[in-house]
Design a protein around this ligand. Sequence first.
Ligand code: IDP
Ligand code: MG
Length: 142
Amino acid sequence: MFNDYTFSIIKPNSVRTGKTGPILAMINEAGFQIAAMKMIRLTKDQAESFYDIHKGKPFFNDLIDFMTSGPVVVMILKHDNAVESFRHLIGSTDPAKAEEGTIRHEFAVNVQMNAIHGSDSPENADRESHFFFSRVEVFGME
Ligand code: IDP
Ligand code: MG
């Protein structure tokens, strides 16, 4: 079941510059269904916990400052082979390496402000979805 779903965050740089709509259009165009969605502002604790696998890396503190710098849109997305399909749609972490037509190629500013998050495995998609959404906020999940 979980491989049908992935978790995504439209990052603060995208929301701030009015790219939420255009990014959602690309997600829709690629055939993903929105199973859950809300706009929130992450606390420092939430951002640190969400990114705890990156704790200790040189970019960690800047990443937390960035992710808490403004509202984000969090979503659960449904698609066949969702995790891999969505990573393909968003493109490489570093937008300089992201292929044309990917969300990061279109909307990322740099490797940190890279427009959007996508889970990297079905296990993380499940963990990240439950981190932000309760059962009553999720639709279309059997
Ligand atoms: P991903 O988002 O493509 O899965 P990760 O390696 O999991 O990439 O890194 C998480 C986030 O941390 C990235 O999306 C980006 O915002 C930030 N990040 C990763 N590597 C760097 C870096 O070398 N410099 C600055 N920020 C980085
Ligand atoms: Mg990652």
